[in-house]
Design a protein around this ligand. Structure first.
Ligand SMILES: *[C@@H]1O[C@H](CO)[C@@H](O)[C@H](O)[C@H]1NC(C)=O
Ligand SMILES: *[C@@H]1O[C@H](CO)[C@@H](O)[C@H](O)[C@H]1NC(C)=O
Ligand SMILES: *[C@@H]1O[C@H](CO)[C@@H](O)[C@H](O)[C@H]1NC(C)=O
Ligand SMILES: *[C@@H]1O[C@H](CO)[C@@H](O)[C@H](O)[C@H]1NC(C)=O
Ligand SMILES: *[C@@H]1O[C@H](CO)[C@@H](O)[C@H](O)[C@H]1NC(C)=O
Ligand SMILES: *[C@@H]1O[C@H](CO)[C@@H](O)[C@H](O)[C@H]1NC(C)=O
Length: 701
């Protein structure tokens, strides 16, 4: 019954709204916006991105969100959903589940064809949400709670967007943001043809593209921008869940627009700092240096006297928190500047095309007589070297075509690559022949989503991977040229929305691939991967322009039911003898001056039991003149940190250390800090608890 009502609403709402359009008169589109929490377990789970098993969660700096935008034409007939999530990337298992939930709610209004979900690529979010084995190795397999938090939050954000659809206009602006990204594999970039490089001033894309969303009265509804930079400002020693530089920029923008702090509410302004062609792009703008000598690293291999793990890029700040803040602030400032300019109004149809492609077997013509083919997935030696944003271990190095006999023995114990694979991937030396292992289930994807959206003069390209700078430029140019050649306006532009729908690692150009830096070693379908992607995007662009059909392609497998989950559950929590959960162990001082750091330690429990989704583990409250308390910060905010610390493994005792970095203009007054969590007893019963600090003053010196 409830579902029937929903489906009726899904049909009636657009009709009602299209009547409103006539009243307001001037709008071109119907747009909905939504935002929801996707934060996974804040303890003991590996963080996704650096593949460092030692990097596990121990608290929260900023919460992660999913931000959804529905774009429909005036009549609500054609529509697509663009979602940007504060996760490392999407996974096919998550997308399949999101679509299943949406089908139950809205029938065929939202499907795998018109829903596209991108990840901002933070390297500080809980792992374990993938269905292909390689990506879940460092998290000891699947982590159901990470997976559920992600799909649930995405669906909630889309529901909000659906319920908030209203007449709107879109404006596009583009501009250069300097001092916020550098190329981390410049030697590979330099292998691209000179005449191609000469067309560009920089070896990374400096342009930010901003899409402003306004309602019929010209009031701001939302913003999406695309800018290529890794969310690796927080490094591989961080254990606090963080949405990194882009998440921080979103927080600044949303605060600026709503001009109110506190818990995010549905319908608040939604600002997405979405990811783009970031493959070879680092935010660590001081560049790579040898951490022992301070000298620059060897440029070709990113090593220091032969050692990979000594070559690390950082900056621009004095530590990773300050660097995250600076790169986030730069993106926020540029986005606001572009947003505040006039922008070019979009007009024209809303359209989408999507196909599934088996990337292991795509034929690509290189000239009139010869066709080449993509390969089954394999990871090269330089993949294991990691990058200067987070080096790997064991003396692997980037930029090398040679392999190591000892590692080859270990590799062959898993699976020796076939001659066909060796030839197909050459000059990549194969370390992991993932495409020829099927036990216990697939290690990397074979069938991936390829998707293209159009709204007026804007095309959004959604590849399932991390395209390098030049790979992104070639793809954008092909899509734009194809659209214009087939009748779209000459001022049509394209953006890349990276890491969308599934995760199939990196994509370099053929020329960059020859250098076998990390990105080339991680281009999993071989040297012609980019050509295969571009060929498919070109076909989608043609179909969008002509309004023709594209083949749906082969369905990808759903491997979620097969997953192995090896991380043991929380066994039990106890409070030390004579104490209770929520008791204050170290209290706040009686008073502080504005700009101080306040820290309170509570007797606590493992937060993995209760994610406090759409809620918080902490509040900072300010007393009002009538004596009541108002929450001014939560665990989502940059100004707070919730750190979880195990104090006794045997007894299951732990502390929560709550930190408030008070703004320097904090108003004088009375404040208090509270902590909220749930404990699990030996009999496995779960009970919420909370504790509150003393009331303390903030007063001028
Ligand atoms: C960057 O944006 C400017 C202004 O729109 C444009 O002229 C330029 O071609 C863009 N550069 C790239 C590399 O897309
Ligand atoms: C991470 O950043 C911290 C500073 O915040 C620094 O002390 C540490 O050396 C960095 N580690 C790595 C591996 O980059
Ligand atoms: C595209 O060009 C047309 C005609 O010059 C102009 O009216 C429109 O504003 C432009 N739109 C965009 C998004 O550039
Ligand atoms: C086509 O490419 C292949 C492989 O690179 C090459 O051997 C062949 O000579 C090329 N043919 C022509 C006509 O350029
Ligand atoms: C790797 O092999 C390719 C193709 O043979 C070659 O162009 C490149 O220079 C080699 N790289 C190194 C570092 O030897
Ligand atoms: C999220 O929290 C808000 C505010 O407390 C509440 O109104 C809403 O129902 C919650 N949504 C979900 C899905 O829990």
């Amino acid at each position: 019954m409830a579902r029937l009502e929903m489906n009726r609403a899904a049909r009636i709402v657009p009709v009602l709204l299209s009547c409103l359009v006539y009243a307001a008169g001037q709008t071109e589109y119907l747009i909905g916006t939504g935002k929801f929490d996707i934060t996974g377990p804040a303890a003991e789970v590996n963080l996704m991105g650096y593949a460092n098993p030692a990097q596990t969660a121990n608290g929260i700096h900023t919460r992660q969100y999913s931000r959804a935008f529905i774009f429909a034409d005036k009549k609500g007939e054609n529509r697509f959903v663009f979602v940007s999530t504060d996760s490392c990337m999407l996974s096919q298992g998550v997308k399949l589940q999101v679509i299943k939930e949406l089908k139950a709610l809205y029938k065929d209004l939202y499907t795998e064809r018109n829903v596209g979900i991108s990840g901002i690529h933070t390297h500080s979010g809980p792992a374990g949400f993938h269905q292909y084995l390689l990506y879940d190795i460092t998290s000891f397999g699947f982590v159901k709670k990470s997976y559920e938090a992600l799909w649930f939050g995405i669906v909630e954000s889309i529901k909000q967007a659906h319920n908030s659809i209203r007449p709107a206009n879109l404006y596009l602006s583009e501009g250069e943001l300097l001092d916020s990204n550098i190329n981390r594999s410049p030697s590979a970039y330099l292998n691209n043809p000179a005449e191609e490089r000469q067309r560009y001033k920089y070896d990374v894309d400096k342009n930010m593209t901003v899409l402003r969303i306004e309602d019929a009265q010209g009031r701001p509804l939302g913003m999406i921008n695309w800018f290529a930079v890794h969310c690796t400002s927080m490094n591989n020693t961080n254990g606090l869940i963080s949405s990194d530089n882009k998440g921080y920029a979103s927080q600044l923008f949303e605060r600026h627009m709503t001009a109110q702090g506190g818990l995010s509410k549905p319908g608040d302004y939604v600002a997405a700092f979405a990811q783009s062609n970031l493959g070879d792009v680092s935010p660590n703008t001081k560049g790579p240096h040898c951490i022992d000598s301070g000298l620059p690293c060897d440029i070709l291999t990113s090593t220091c006297h032969g050692k990979n793990e000594l070559c690390i890029a950082s900056g621009p700040g004095k530590d990773m928190f300050e660097s995250t803040k600076m790169i986030g602030t730069n993106q926020f400032n540029k986005a606001l500047e572009l947003f505040s300019g006039a922008g070019k109004k979009l007009s024209g149809p809303v359209a989408f095309k999507h196909t599934y492609v088996d990337m292991t077997n795509v034929e690509v013509p290189v000239n009139a007589t010869t066709k080449v083919k993509t390969c089954k997935p394999a990871m090269g030696y330089s993949f294991a070297a990691g990058t200067t944003d987070g080096p790997g271990a064991f003396n692997f190095k980037q930029g090398s075509n040679s392999s190591n006999p000892l590692w080859n023995i270990i590799r062959d114990l898993i699976k020796a690559p076939s001659q066909e694979q060796i030839d197909c991937h050459a000059p990549k030396p194969i370390l992991l022949d993932t495409g020829e292992i099927t036990k216990p289930y697939l290690w990397q994807p074979q069938i991936v989503d390829i998707q293209l959206f159009r709204v007026g003069q804007l095309a959004i390209i959604l590849p399932p991977a991390e395209f390098t700078t030049m790979s992104g430029r070639r793809t954008r140019d092909t899509v734009t040229e194809t659209l214009v050649a087939n009748g779209l306006p000459s001022n049509t532009t394209s953006v890349i929305a990276g890491l969308s729908n599934d995760y199939a690692d990196y994509v370099t150009t053929f020329e960059e691939y020859q250098i076998q830096r990390y990105e080339g070693g991680s281009t999993i379908y071989g040297p012609y991967s980019l050509k295969a992607y571009i060929q498919t995007f070109k076909a989608l662009a043609e179909a969008i322009a002509k309004g023709s059909m594209v083949p749906p392609g082969p369905n990808p497998p759903n491997l979620v039911p097969d997953q192995w989950e090896l991380l043991p559950p929380v066994l039990y929590d106890t409070a030390p003898f004579g104490k209770n959960f929520g008791d204050v162990k170290v209290d706040a001082l009686p008073s502080y001056t504005p700009g101080s750091v306040v820290e309170v330690t509570f007797i606590s429990a493992n937060p993995r039991t209760d994610l406090r989704t759409n809620n918080t583990y902490l509040t900072v409250e300010q007393q009002q003149t009538d004596g009541t308390w108002t929450t001014i910060f939560t665990d989502a905010d940059w100004e707070t940190r919730y750190q979880w610390k195990l104090t006794s493994l045997v007894f299951g005792e732990s502390d929560a250390i709550i930190r408030w970095d008070m703004p320097s203009d904090q108003a004088v007054g009375t404040y208090r800090i509270s902590h909220f969590c749930s404990s699990k007893s030996i009999t496995q019963s779960v009970k919420p608890f909370h504790g509150t600090s003393r009331e303390f003053l903030v007063k001028k010196k």
